[in-house]
Design a protein. Structure first.
Lengths: 371, 240
C-alpha cells in the first residue's frame, strides 16, 4: 500500500515537471437500424512535453476512456452484412481503459530532425483519403480527428529548396520492416513530393494470414492549378502490379466565408461488388488491412462559418462501388474559448449489404473541453 | 520654345511621380521592417457577439516575404501555426491537436486570420501597392494623403486604397480600403512608438464598415533586426 502510494507520488512528480495540456471529451451516438441503440464514451487526453536539453524534446500522451451504453457489438453493427456466408463476428468494448498514445523523443541538430518512439505520423495531400499513407488511416466520417501514434524511427533532413524524409516502421511479424522515403519541394506556389517505399502488406485469405513485401512509387501534389482553387492529388503505383490508387481534391473559400470541397478516391481491391462484399474482403476490413472497403468514393462538403462561434456544414460521402451514401448535416458551436459542442446527423442511404446502408439514421453529440 | 516647356513639364511630372513612388516605398518599408518578432494580442469584436481574444507569436522576414504565426491562446488553438510565404500567396497550416500540416489554397489569402478583419494578405509586405496601383500624392497639413487606384483590377482585391501618413515620420495613421468605390474597411494605427530606430504602431484597429465587426491587434512585445534560424520558415518544421 505504502509502496503503491510512493510510486503514485513519484509518478505525479514526474508528470508535473512537464509542460502539460490536453482535453476532456464526451461523445454520445444514437443510431437506428431495426432498433434504436445508443453508445458513447468519456475520454481524457493528457499531453506532456519536456525540453531535456537544447534540441532534445520528450513527449508523452496518455489517453483514458470509458465506454457507456451498447458495448456488445456484432459484425452487422459496423460491417456490411454478408447473407450468403451468414458471417458473424462479435466484439466487446471495454468499460474503462488507458493507453499510451505517444511516447517519443525528438532531436534537432542543424538541418536534421530525428524522432524515435511511438509518434504521430501524418502525410499526404488528400483531406479524407491518403493512399500514399499506409501507416495511419483517417476515420472517413471524422477525418479531422486525431489518429493513434505509431512506433517508428523517423529522420528528416531539411535543405534550402527541398526536404528528405525517412520512416522505418517495425512490423508485428518481427522479421521485417516497412521503409518509407520521400523528397519534397515547392515550385512556384505548388508543392510536389515523390515517394518511394517498401511496405509489408497483410492479407487474410482462406483462413490464412499472408504477408507480401511490396514496393511502391508515389507522387503527391498540392497547390493551385487554376485560378485560386486549391487542388491536390496523390497517386500510388505498386511496382510489378496493375494496382493503382489515387485521390484528387479541389476546394475553394468564397469571400463571404462559404467553403466548398470535392474529393474523389480510387483503389484497386481486385473484386467486383455483386449484391454483397466477399467474405475475405470483410475480414480484411475488420482486421484493418484495407481501408476503406470500397474501390471508388467521392466526397462533397459545403461549410459556412457564420461567425466566430458557429459553423454549419453539409457533407456527403458516396461509395460509388456499392451505390450507398451518407448525408451529414452538422453544427459546430464554440460555447466558450475552450469549450466546443458539435452536433451531427447522419442520413444513410443503401441496404444492409452496403457500406453506408448499415443504419437508417444516426445522431452524434460531442463536447470537448481543452485545458 | 515649345520643346523647352515640354521638357520642363515632363521633368516636373516625372519628379512628382518619382517623389510619390519613393514616399510610398518608404511607407511600405516602415509598415513592414526587414525582420521582426513579437507577441500580439488579437481581439475580434462584433456588434452582436461577445469579444473573442487570441494571442500569438509572430515572426516576419519581409526581405524573403515570409511570416510565421504561432498561437499561444486560447488553449484550444495553442501551437496551431500558419506559415505565409510569397507575400500571402502560399499558406501552410499546422494543427497541433491532429499534428497535421496542410497546404491551403491561395483563395485562403483573402480570408480573415482566425475570423478577424485582417486577411492573410494584409499581414504581408504590400509591394503590390508600388506596382499594381496608380499613385496620387497630396499634402494636407501634417499628412501626406496617398490615393492608390488599381491599374489592372484582376491583380488585387481592392480597387482603391487611401493612405494617411505623417509628413515627418512617413508612418501611416489610417489606411482605407475600397471595393467598387465602397470603403469596405479602414485600418487605424495608434500609439506609434520607437524601438531602436524602428517605428511601429502598438495598436492596429481594422474596422469593417460592412459587417460592423472590428479586430484590434495589440503588440505586447516586439523585437526588430532579428537573426532567424535557417529553418524557422520551413513548412516541415511547423510541428513543434
Amino acid at each position: 500500500m505504502i509502496n503503491g502510494l510512493k510510486s503514485l507520488i513519484l509518478f505525479i512528480n514526474f508528470l508535473f515537471c512537464f509542460e502539460s495540456s490536453g482535453y476532456f471529451e464526451s461523445n454520445a451516438d444514437v443510431y437506428s437500424k431495426r432498433n434504436t441503440n445508443y453508445l458513447g464514451y468519456n475520454k481524457i487526453r493528457l499531453d506532456f512535453e519536456k525540453k531535456i536539453s537544447n534540441g532534445i524534446d520528450f513527449n508523452l500522451s496518455l489517453i483514458g476512456k470509458n465506454n457507456f451504453g451498447l458495448r456488445y457489438l456484432n459484425s452487422e453493427d459496423f460491417t456490411p452484412y454478408n447473407e450468403k456466408n451468414n458471417f458473424h463476428y462479435y466484439d466487446t468494448l471495454q468499460t474503462v481503459f488507458f493507453f499510451i498514445d505517444h511516447l517519443f523523443f525528438s532531436y534537432n541538430k542543424s538541418n536534421f530532425k530525428l524522432l524515435m518512439g511511438k509518434q504521430p505520423i501524418y502525410y499526404g495531400s488528400g483531406f479524407i483519403w491518403n493512399p500514399i499513407n499506409k501507416i495511419s488511416f483517417k476515420n472517413v466520417l471524422d477525418p479531422n480527428y486525431e489518429i493513434q501514434g505509431n512506433n517508428a524511427f523517423r529522420l528528416h533532413f531539411f535543405a534550402q529548396t527541398y526536404d528528405f524524409d525517412l520512416i522505418i516502421i517495425p512490423e508485428e511479424k518481427g522479421d521485417e520492416i516497412s521503409l518509407f522515403t520521400s523528397i519534397g519541394s515547392s515550385i512556384y506556389n505548388n508543392y510536389l513530393r515523390l515517394h518511394v517505399f517498401r511496405y509489408l502488406n497483410k492479407t487474410y485469405k482462406d483462413n490464412k494470414l499472408l504477408y507480401d513485401l511490396d514496393n511502391y512509387l508515389g507522387l503527391t501534389y498540392s497547390g493551385n492549378l487554376i485560378f485560386d482553387i486549391g487542388s491536390s492529388f496523390e497517386v500510388v503505383k505498386k511496382i510489378n502490379s496493375k494496382s493503382l490508387e489515387w485521390t484528387v481534391s479541389f476546394d475553394y473559400t468564397f469571400n463571404y466565408g462559404l467553403n466548398i470541397m470535392y474529393e474523389r478516391f480510387h483503389q484497386d481491391l481486385s473484386y467486383e461488388y455483386n449484391s454483397e462484399y466477399p467474405i475475405d474482403l470483410i475480414q480484411n476490413y475488420l482486421l484493418g488491412f484495407i481501408n476503406p472497403i470500397g474501390e471508388d468514393y467521392s466526397f462533397f462538403s459545403l461549410s459556412y462559418q457564420i461567425d466566430d462561434y458557429n459553423t454549419i456544414s453539409f457533407q456527403s460521402i458516396n461509395n460509388i462501388s456499392d451505390k450507398s451514401s451518407i448525408l451529414i448535416p452538422s453544427l459546430y458551436y464554440s460555447l466558450y474559448d475552450d469549450v466546443d459542442l458539435s452536433f451531427y446527423f447522419y442520413m444513410f442511404n443503401g441496404d444492409y449489404t452496403t457500406e453506408f446502408g448499415l443504419n437508417d439514421w444516426a445522431f452524434k453529440f460531442r463536447v470537448q473541453i481543452y485545458f | 520654345m515649345f520643346i523647352i516647356y515640354l521638357f520642363l513639364f515632363s521633368n516636373l511630372i516625372f519628379n512628382q511621380s518619382y517623389e510619390s513612388y519613393s514616399i510610398l516605398d518608404s511607407i511600405v518599408n516602415k509598415l513592414t521592417p526587414p525582420t521582426s518578432k513579437g507577441i500580439i494580442t488579437q481581439v475580434n469584436t462584433s456588434p452582436v457577439k461577445k469579444d473573442r481574444l487570441f494571442k500569438y507569436e509572430y515572426f516576419a522576414d519581409n526581405v524573403e516575404g515570409v511570416q510565421l504565426i504561432r498561437y499561444i491562446f486560447p488553449k484550444k488553438v495553442k501551437n496551431n501555426s500558419f506559415l505565409i510565404k510569397n507575400n500571402g500567396k502560399d499558406i501552410w497550416a499546422y494543427f497541433d491537436r491532429t499534428r497535421r500540416i496542410r497546404k491551403l489554397g491561395s483563395h485562403v489569402s483573402k480570408q480573415g486570420l482566425q475570423n478577424s478583419d485582417f486577411t492573410f494578405e494584409d499581414l504581408g509586405k504590400n509591394n503590390n501597392w508600388l506596382t499594381d496601383y496608380k499613385i496620387d500624392l497630396k499634402k494636407e497639413k501634417n499628412d501626406f494623403i496617398i490615393n492608390l487606384n488599381i491599374i489592372d483590377k484582376k491583380k488585387s482585391d481592392y480597387d482603391k486604397i487611401i493612405i494617411y501618413a505623417n509628413v515627418e515620420t512617413l508612418y501611416p495613421s489610417k489606411i482605407s480600403y475600397f471595393k467598387k468605390n465602397i470603403n469596405e474597411k479602414t485600418l487605424f494605427l495608434d500609439n506609434i512608438l520607437y524601438n531602436n530606430s524602428f517605428l511601429y504602431a502598438q495598436t492596429m484597429l481594422m474596422k469593417n464598415n460592412l459587417t460592423k465587426t472590428e479586430t484590434k491587434m495589440i503588440i505586447d512585445e516586439v523585437e526588430f533586426d532579428v537573426l532567424f534560424d535557417n529553418d524557422i520558415f520551413n513548412e516541415n518544421k511547423l510541428q513543434k
